[in-house]
Ligand binder design. Sequence first.
Ligand code: SF4
Length: 331
Amino acid sequence: MKVLLASPRGFCAGVNMAVESLDQALAVYGPPLYVFHEIVHNRPVVQAFRAKGAIFVETIDEVPPGANLMYSAHGVSPAIRRKSEAAGIKTIDATCPLVTKVHLEAIQFAKEGYQIVLVGHAGHDEVVGTMGEVEGSIRLVETVEDVAALDYPAGTRLAFLTQTTLSVDEARAIILALKNRFPHIVGPRKDDICYATQNRQEAVRLLSQEADMVLVLGSSNSSNSQRLAELARESGRAAHLIDGPQDIQFEWFKGHETVLITAGASAPEHLVQGCVSLLEEKFGADVESRSVREENVRFGLPRELRQALTSFPAVPASYVGSPEKSSPAAN
Ligand code: SF4
């Protein structure tokens, strides 16, 4: 068996920042530390933090007054911020700056009198947060068919935005449908699908051509991980989305000589390495790293945390490790 290890893969700059923020916040404030929604959409990461004293909540009512609450990488709506403030909760905002950028674009378009069409997945934390910024001025479309059903009166000023973790190809088709239906629609200078989503999809698109099957490390609720598995299947390859080596079933590999391994933006590198070790052990796999692009993006810790860290020394990050360790360029 040959294993192709795709790069870029795994933690993006936003996830690195969010995970390191939670690590540092637990060290500075101590448990319990509340987190609004999963810090990132990855079960093993969430479980590891739960064991260290993080409490993940779905509503602000679950957080006691005076407690510390972190907002996850996917961002929150202004209504949640207001509710936290009214409840006397101390907040740390670990929203990815690339998600914040979409919020700001939505606010700006709404201020300029546009109705906004957001291309995204209903119920995703990021979509809920973005739509909450401009309630009443924004509608969601998930498919090309949804575009056909839009019923804006003639002359409505329209703008579109996208979720950061969409399939590049699907988003392109929906944006094209929007432009065909509403020739005057405007959008951001560059679409909002983030660099990490685009790079991981590019790697799967190119490298799956050399593989018989694809393993994607990532949780089933991770949008960008799901898109990687879908992309591999669209290329005609068998693909499995797994949380870690424990999910591997050896019969999957019958008749498959070359396996591409990649990881969604919220999947930790140690689980990738666990899968590689298992395939080396079981099938004597030869491992080859294949990089299609370098990544050097890095985001700083949230302001509230930086301030707190001036009084407390930073602790060595126990979960995230150095970005270089999980960086594709290092493989
Ligand atoms: Fe930010 Fe993109 Fe990572 Fe989401 S996937 S946290 S938008 S860098």
